[in-house]
Design a protein around this ligand. Structure first.
Ligand code: S3P
Length: 438
């Protein structure tokens, strides 16, 4: 098992670009695969999750080259050009890959089976399977979980779907199936979720419309290959945003960070907590806005997280809890029960980690209440964390080292490569004292 030992430091400094956006990288591969013509992308995230999507598409007959480590060239096969395979498609740790493939594969002429690693095999898939069945898809799960078996050769019909959970993955699965359905497919969200699928489909020339909380896609659809400029992943930048605030000296420059407003909930939260983060050079290149972020040591205040921020910061709550533990006064998160069905049960696993480091808090069914510390004094005792193979838990506790009395040992860190290959090197380059132990 791989582990980290992270020793406290006070100064963080550097100019870095974190790797490409995971959500946009998955979608670039999938949309490029079913487009007519060639799609190219820069800033591609070559992480284990995205490579699982790439390998699955290759198994379905799509030629994908990687001219450089961070670029891809996809020879699109058109909407009806994917070829079946008898081998199960392995999504690894990637929930996004599995749910988006469920939508994409519902409209094919062949059968397909989706499997994943031990974490993914425990995650709920009915949330995507149920609306796809309403469209006419044939999908079986094992008690709601993978393996997911999709039978091909079905005629799909557009639906009007009132989505019960605020999930971009479910919305995207239904929209991808909608490309193969007769008529229009409409999804109404209970709260805004990341809108990369909508933006990117439009970039590939598909007629996608939004009216209030409802997004619709109109078939027959045809995607035209294009170039995608993939921004640095806001969710990866988030660890350095919090780290730069918790440091007591230095300054971090995070370059070309994705600033899609459906992703930047943590920035809103940190700014409301008093974070010293400057947004510079906000610009749009391709479908997604980007900016440079300058992060400086900050005195944070506790916060009650607004309910509408929850889906917009859904992947950032592990590192938010670290920030909240270092913020003066009480912080409260409610309405975030979705955290229990991520790569781990992030409420329980973060609570166990905070307890191991001596941070008093109250674990709630749908969130957490914490009372943070004053000033710049250490907040976390030295201790050992089990990340439960969850990349974002491991990176969050590495950030906690900035306010720790002694080393923090973090176990089961290999899965950091699912979203952020090179995190340890980049963290060290900025001044974190992170040692990898196997
Ligand atoms: C994602 C959507 C989110 C997020 C995940 C990526 C996406 O999941 O947690 O990391 O790319 O659509 P939900 O939509 O299920 O909340």
């Amino acid at each position: 098992m791989s582990s980290w030992s992270v020793t406290p430091v006070t100064r963080l400094e550097g100019r870095i670009r974190v790797p490409g956006d995971k959500s946009v990288s998955h979608r670039t591969l999938m949309l490029g695969a079913i487009a007519e013509g060639t799609t190219t992308a820069d800033g591609f995230l070559a992480s284990e999750d995205c490579l699982a999507t790439l390998k699955a598409l290759a198994a379905l007959g799509v030629k994908i080259d990687r001219p450089t480590a961070t670029s891809v060239r996809i020879e699109g096969v058109g909407l009806r050009g994917l070829r079946g395979t008898t081998a199960a498609l392995d999504m690894g740790n990637a929930g996004t890959a599995m749910r988006l493939f469920m939508g994409l594969l519902s409209g094919q002429s062949f059968d397909a089976t989706l499997i994943g690693d031990s974490s993914l095999m425990r995650r709920p898939m009915e949330r995507a399977a149920a609306p796809l069945r309403l469209m006419g898809a044939s999908i079986e799960t094992r008690e709601g979980k993978p393996p997911v078996v999709i039978r091909g050769g079905r005629d799909l019909m557009g639906i009007d779907f009132d989505m019960p959970v605020a999930s971009a993955q479910v919305k995207s699965a239904v929209m991808l199936a909608g490309l193969y359905a007769r008529g229009s497919t409409r999804v109404t969200e209970p709260a805004p979720t990341r809108d990369h699928t909508e933006r990117m489909l439009q970039g590939f020339g598909v007629d996608v419309r939004r009216e209030g909380a409802t997004v619709s896609v109109h078939a027959p659809a045809k995607l035209a290959g294009c170039h995608v400029d993939i921004p640095a992943d806001f969710s990866s930048a988030a660890f350095f945003m919090v780290a730069g605030c918790l440091a007591t000296a230095g300054e971090l420059h995070l370059e070309r960070v994705g600033m899609n407003p459906t992703r930047t909930g943590l920035l809103e939260i940190l700014l409301a907590m008093g974070a010293n983060i400057e947004v510079r050079d906000l610009r749009t290149a391709g479908p997604e806005p980007t900016a440079d972020l300058i992060v400086r040591p900050s005195r944070l205040r506790g916060i009650e997280v607004r309910p509408d921020w929850v889906p917009l910061a859904i992947d950032e709550f592990p590192v938010f809890f670290i920030a909240a533990a270092c913020a003066e006064g009480e912080s409260l998160l409610r309405g975030a029960e979705e955290l229990r069905v991520k790569e781990s049960d992030r409420l329980t696993v973060m609570s166990a980690g905070l307890t191991a480091l001596g941070v008093a808090h109250e674990l709630l069914p749908d969130g957490m209440r914490l009372t943070g510390a004053r000033g710049e004094d250490p907040v976390f005792q030295s201790g050992r964390i089990d990340s439960h193979g969850d990349h974002r838990i491991a990176m969050s506790f590495a950030v906690a080292s900035l306010r720790a009395t002694g080393p923090i040992e973090i176990d089961d860190t290999a899965n950091v490569a699912t979203s952020f290959p090179g995190f340890a090197d980049l963290a060290r380059a900025c001044g974190l004292q992170l040692r990898e132990v196997t």
